[in-house]
Design a protein around this ligand. Structure first.
Ligand code: ADP
Ligand code: ZN
Length: 720
């Protein structure tokens, strides 16, 4: 080949042809560096006939500069990139970027220099230096990363390097990972687990595409069971990917993994340090990495010989990415399995209706773990009807729930209160004039966080200190909280149970693996009596002494623009209920609701999962919602309101008339202002068989918009 067609990482020029320099060998999948104008770009050599032809004649082609010394992307992965781009209407190079997510990761030498405190002190201390030294205690990373960590400029740290306060450490990027062993500590599986594990092992040995729904109640030991096919893959020297929804909660998983296989897996997530990132990427691409545990972004890594994918808690919303390439990692995982010809296991106690439907129609195999491991019973469930049993004024917990908490405390057992709202109160008012504190960048209220003393927007991350006076009327000390958040519930627990040790568990408090590990250790050591938490506590935790779960507001999830509100409510409450009674003592769940006769609440009360799914199936069928029909959204945004509205109108005015596709809107999106951008939305509802993506491309491709307008396409959206 002396002409190479390259998928570039340049948004405006995604496909370019280059001449292959003399003496250079490339194959499709090779990663190359090529000149573009005065700059250089990264690109991937592609099969010529799979990308649009270029018109530059041979004689005019510029040579690319070099081939990077990494294994070429395998055809299975290239097909996955193409499929993902096509299905989600995303640029192919945006998808490819996720594969090479570590940017220059593959480039350069196999060592890197990191820095750490030497223990020495600078000749001249400045406030910045002092702050940096305090912040970097125990840290080791590159200058850039340390600067970010300490919140100072690179220059401040270079000064410290020159003075010998920070010392260099040479790190070998290719140092090997500890080896996992399939036979390290084989478990004794229960009579229910054994046949399921055997079937999963057989699937790995068959080396064929096999989508499998592992449907097991909470506490049934899904993890122990799917560790067996992981072992089978290790025996065959094939790599394994385990996707987890929340990387903050891997602690318990990692410990169990290490107990079983004698070594920790490689953890992949977006906040890995650059050295660890490069190390992992390289080991994954050479096949050296055995098992990778990661958040959704781990799905697009260039595994050399993948043998199994497990998606744990496969129903979780966090597998859906809502910016950039808007993909659903659960669904792309199945596609990756198909291209790689390997089994994909979707594990859940509360599968998405889409997954159950796939099993029902015979496309997925379904394996069941219907009872808890070790004979533990599922908890009993009681409803608290808040329209009859009202909490005291200024309180949020009904008297009977407060009593239950008291009883558990007396017995030395643990309780968990679930409320999916971070902060102290969801809305803050001025006592004098009723002014509502709103985010300047979003159509959202600012949420008071009392522990960290700030008002925060949960959509854009904007934070400000609580104002000393109302900006509207000037009243001082005027803030009134409206409604409960977890911090307020924690205060209430402290009032009704003086002396109880209360832990608030949210993404604010458990924002690092260390903090998560600390919390788990404390809870296990029974140093916590009551846990108050958001959805973060609904999954993964296994505290044998936890016998009471209180759902503070089961109706919360039923509000808002969530297409799957009922399903989400069912999943969250069932998952959090699943934390109760996992040990020897039976568990109880008390659910506070104002709608005890809503179908989803009734099904939860009766512990009747089938009833819920049946009702939900009917509702979805009726609405033409997934899995019976499909949804897609087009979101038009701009910093200029009129510009966004006009662009949305242009799109609305050119909409195609198609039999099997219905288009609603444009209308202001439910978050009409988000991160300083005004948003309009068109909603598409189509028959399952309709080629929605083709219709959208034909519709939007010919249109031109001002530079400030952004169009986002969301296929199979979760919420908007
Ligand atoms: P799930 O993920 O299905 O909710 P887990 O995998 O967390 O359930 O298992 C629940 C508990 O039972 C865990 O503490 C786990 O270690 C234990 N367990 C499950 N299966 C076995 C087994 N075969 N041998 C020993 N312990 C097991
Ligand atoms: Zn905001």
């Amino acid at each position: 080949m002396n002409r190479a067609r390259i998928l570039t990482f340049n948004a405006a020029l995604p496909v370019l042809d280059y001449r292959v320099p003399e003496g250079t060998n490339v194959v499709p999948g090779s990663v190359v560096v090529a000149p573009l104008g005065p700059r250089e770009i990264l690109g991937i050599v592609w099969e010529e006939d799979r990308l649009p032809a270029q018109s530059v004649p041979d004689a005019k082609l510029r040579p690319f500069r070099e081939v990077l010394p990494v294994p070429p992307l395998r055809p299975e992965l290239r097909r996955l990139i193409e499929w993902t781009a096509d299905y989600y209407c995303a640029p192919m190079n945006s998808v490819a970027r996720m594969v090479l997510s570590s940017g220059g990761a593959m480039r350069g030498p196999s060592t890197t220099t990191e820095y750490r405190l030497s223990g020495g002190m600078p000749e001249r201390m400045t406030p910045k230096r002092e702050a940096a030294i305090a912040a970097l205690e125990g840290e080791q990373a590159t200058i850039r990363e340390l600067a970010e960590l300490a919140g100072v400029s690179d220059g401040v740290l270079r000064g410290l390097v020159n003075q010998g306060v920070l010392e260099p450490v040479v790190v070998d990027i290719d140092r090997p990972y500890p080896r996992a062993h399939a036979d390290h500590a084989e478990p004794i599986l229960s009579a229910g687990q054994k046949p399921v594990a055997d079937e999963l092992v057989t699937a790995v040995e068959a080396e064929e595409f096999a989508p499998i729904l592992l449907d097991g109640v909470t506490g049934s030991g899904k993890t122990e069971t799917y560790f067996e096919p992981v072992a089978a893959a290790l025996r065959k020297d094939r790599q394994v990917l385990v996707l987890l929804p929340e990387i903050a909660l891997t602690e318990n998983f990692l410990r169990r993994f290490e107990d079983r296989f004698g070594a920790a897996p490689i953890v992949w997530h977006s906040s890995l340090k650059s050295t660890e990132r490069r190390r992992a990427w390289r080991a994954i691409s050479t096949g050296e990495a055995q098992v990778v545990v990661g958040a959704r972004s781990a799905l697009f890594l260039p595994y050399a010989n993948l043998g199994l994918i497990v998606v744990d808690e496969a129903h979780e919303v966090s597998f859906k990415q809502d910016d950039g390439v808007r993909y659903n990692a659960r669904d792309v995982a199945v596609m990756r399995g198909r291209f790689e010809k390997i089994p994909v296991v979707l594990a859940s106690a509360t599968p998405a209706l889409e997954s159950l439907q796939m099993a029902e129609s015979g496309i997925y195999r379904k394996l069941d773990l219907p009872s808890r491991y070790g004979g533990a019973e599922l908890p009993t469930i009681k409803l608290i009807n808040l329209t009859e049993e009202k909490p005291d004024r200024g309180r949020w917990l009904a008297p009977s729930l407060a009593r239950e908490l008291f009883v558990r405390l007396e017995k030395g057992e643990q309780s968990l209160l679930f409320l999916n709202r971070r902060g102290y109160a969801p809305l803050t008012l001025c006592r004098n004039c009723g002014h509502r504190f709103q985010c300047a960048n979003c159509s959202a209220w600012l949420v008071e966080h009392r522990f960290s003393r700030k008002l925060a927007c949960h959509h854009c991350g904007h934070e400000e200190p609580p104002p000393p006076a109302c900006p509207e009327c000037g009243e001082v000390d005027c803030l009134v909280p409206c409604g409960p958040g977890v911090e307020r519930i924690a205060d209430e627990v402290a009032e009704i149970l003086p002396g109880a040790r209360v832990a608030v568990v949210t993404s604010d408090t458990l924002n690092s693996p260390e903090k998560a590990a600390e919390f788990v250790a404390q809870a296990e050591a029974k140093a916590i009596d009551v846990i108050v938490g958001t959805q973060l506590v609904t999954k993964g935790f296994h505290f044998p002494e936890l016998t009471l779960v209180g759902v503070v507001d089961a109706d919360l999830g039923l509000e808002g623009g969530d297409l799957r509100a009922a399903e989400r409510t069912y999943q969250q409450v069932a998952q959090v209920a699943g934390r109760a009674g996992r040990g020897a003592k039976p568990g109880e769940v008390h659910i506070q609701t104002r709608h005890p006769d809503a179908p989803v609440i009734e099904a939860l009360a009766a512990g009747d999962r089938d009833a819920f799914y049946e009702a939900e199936t009917e509702a979805r069928r009726h609405a033409g919602a997934p899995p019976f029909g499909r949804w897609a959204a087009i979101i038009v945004s701009s910093e200029d309101e009129a510009e966004a509205r006009d662009a949305a109108r242009v799109i609305g005015g050119t909409q195609p008339r198609l039999d099997d596709i219905m288009i609603l809107g444009p209308a202001p999106a439910p978050m009409a202002l988000l991160r300083g951008r005004f948003r309009y939305r068109l909603l598409i509802n189509a028959r399952r068989s309709a080629r929605v993506q083709d219709a959208i491309r034909q519709w939007l491709d010919p249109l031109d918009f001002p530079r400030g307008v952004r169009i986002a396409i969301d296929i199979d959206p979760y919420s908007f």
